[in-house]
Structures are given as C-alpha cells and as structure tokens.
Design a protein around this ligand. Sequence first.
Ligand code: PFF
Length: 447
Amino acid sequence: MGHSKKQHKGSAGERFSSAGFILAAIGSAVGLGNMWKFPYITGQNGGAAFFLIFLAFLAIIGLPVLLAELTIGRGGRGDAAASFRNLSNRPFWHSIGLLLVLGSFFILTFYSVVAGWTIHYAVQSLGGELYRSADYGAVFERFTGGAMPVVWLVVVLAGTCWIVMRGVSGGIEKFNNVVIPGLFILLLLLMGYALTLPGAGAGIRFFLKPEFSELTVQSVLMALGQAFFSLSVGSGAMMTYGSYTDQRQSLGGAAIAIGSGNALYALMAGLIIFPTTFSFGIEPASGPGLVFIALPAAFSSMPFGSLFGGLFFVLLAIAALTSAVSLLEVPVAYAMNRWGRTRGKTAVAVTAACFAVALPCALSAGGVWSGVKAGGRTIFEWVDFITSNIMLPAGGLIITVFAGYVWDQAGKEAGLTAVWYRLWIVTLRYIAPVLILLIFLYSTGII
Ligand code: PFF
C-alpha cells in the first residue's frame, strides 16, 4: 500500500485476540444507550414500529459505517487521528480525526455521570434503602442534588482508568471477557422474571406489535440517531479497537457479530423494561427518568423487587463501564502517540482532564448548578446535545466520506466479496451521508 504507516508508539504492537476483540466491541456498543436511552425513546415513539425502524437502520446504515470505521482503524493502525493521516498521507486528515478524539472525550464526561447514578441505584436497591419513600421523583431529585453523584463519578472514572491502564489485552480484553458473558446471563435471568409478571403480555405487545401509524418523521430520524449512538460509531472507539485487531480477522464478520450482539441486548432490555412497567401500570413514555424514577416504583411493589431492581442496576452499571472503557481508550491512545508517555501516566492524565469537565456535568444535572442554563439547557444537557447530536453525526460523516471517497484501498482492507463491496461502497458514498446529514439537520433543530 502506498502510504507510510506510523504505528501506535505508546501501545506499539498491542493486540486483541479475535474473540476478545468481538467481546470488547460488543461491550462498547452495549451500554446506557441500550438500557437507559433506548427504552424511553421507544416508549415515546410508539413502541414496536420504532424498534423495527431502529433495527432496519442498524442493518442498512449502522453496519456499513461500523465496518468503515473498523477498516480505517485496522488499515491505518493508529489512534483515531493518526489512522486518517497514515492512510491519506495528509496532515489535514489528522486534524479532522481530532474531532473524533474530542467527541469520545466529551461523551465520556456526561456518560460517566449517568454510569455513577446506576451504581448508586444498584447499592440502594440491594440494600433496600431505595424503597423507603414512595415518591421516586423526589428521591431522584434529592440524590442528584446532593454530593453522592460526584462520589460515584470518581468511582466510575477511577475504575475505567484502572482497566485502560492495564492495556489492551491485559485490561480491556480481560475485563470484557469476564463481564460480557456475565451481562448476558444477568439479562436472561431478569428477562425470565419480567416475562412471568402478571400483565407482562401488554408490555410485550407494546414492544413487539408494530403500529406504523404512530410513526412520525421525527421518530424515524431519532431511530437513525439512536442506531449510531448505540453502535458506538462516529466517535473513534471502533476505529481505535479496530487498530488492535489482527490482519486475519474478518471485519465484515466482526461488524455483523457486533451489530447482532447489540440488537440482541437491546431486544432483551426491552423485554425486561416494558413487561415490568406495564405490569405495574406505569406509562412507558415517561422520558429519561423512566429508568431511575418509574422502574423503582415497579420494583418496590413486586416480589423480590429489591433484588430484581438491584441486579437490574448492576447490569446497567456493567454495560456502562464497558462502554466507558472504550470511550477513554480513544483519547488515551491519541495522547500516548502524541506525547510519547507510558500508558499508565497518560491514562491518569486524561482521566483527570475528563473529571474536570465531568464535574460541572454532574453538578448541573440536578445539583447546585442545575439553575445555570444557556439557551434553556444545563451544562449536562449541552454536553450531551453537542456530542450526541453534532459530534457523533459529524464523525460518522467523516468516516463515510473518507472510506467512500478518499481512501481508495478501503475495499481491499475490508476484505469483502465483489457484490458486498458494491453494496457497501454505494451505501458509504450516497446513502449514508445523505441520511446522516438529515439526522444532523433534524437533531440540531435546523429542520
Ligand atoms: N454505544 C454506547 C451505548 O449505547 O451506550 C455509547 C457509546 C459508547 C457511544 C462508545 C460512542 C462510543 F464511542
């Protein structure tokens, strides 16, 4: 290939095993997006019809862009900025790639705040304290208004940093190898219990029986945005993980495994949440508070509710941590290459920087700074909005344009057969960019 490859310096030669890579990538994809965002967005957008559209977008747009991101990572063998430069030989692309590095850094800041909430709720539910008051809205407000979210934020960031410090195979791979199968077993158990609750059938119907008349243009675009967020594409996480894969790994096969793993977890999460809420007569469309406010009300009145609820929040916390690890790895890999320090020192420095931004996020989500608003949004809401609605779609667009138009060896690196290659390249060149632009215009309020 006619480009010079500058390998990762700080992480030279670090590699995932084949199965370890798939598990780590599923770990990145499965997270708060599947279990916290997805259920309430589905609830607000008519249930099953939304779920089907989400699945269709995952397959038609999400997978091709995911494959492109993995391919750029493995072909470029660098961090999310260096890979672009290595493949194009143009420093301009390095600066463009920086946008992805910044994207994952900033997603991590608000994501780790919500991850902290899930640990708090797990502890409180298992200990039973969560169920002392019947007003869960007030409980949530009191919690987010106090100091505990900051304590849990520190725990989440320290844990994430510790795993990333231990390296690609010794930290990230090992952690995912243990917790991803564990997560699956936990999901199965909870799903089995939720499906046998009295009245669960109404929840299953809501989630799986499509009512297309309830779909709006808005919900279609939301489904596309959610497919991207949920697959972790557009932020360099998959690119960075891709740079640690072996040349023999089939990237097309990997993309399909990651996509189906992610869809399966979303399906199972829905089959826990909707039967539970319907069984206790709770509105499924209750918004971001669904998981922290509506579900505890259901847990409080079911047999073994504090155990069931506690395990549910443990599940959420683990899923969030595996995603947080992938988010932190992106700026850490970049900073290692840029400043040439050890992985350990770099991880600590990046985590500290992340905490500096996450702290105002934590304090503005219900805490002392929740009154500080600009344009109607708190700091927390701004960081979520800018990263999820602007940086991720921009990252997705950069990836499709680069693999579709700039890097002419993408097809070779992806290793697709002729027919699949045609479909892939047509999607990358014409379909994905148009749809990404549409989500972008919609989610920023331009259309
Ligand atoms: N896919 C994760 C989720 O659904 O929770 C969120 C995420 C992780 C987005 C990593 C982007 C990323 F790079």
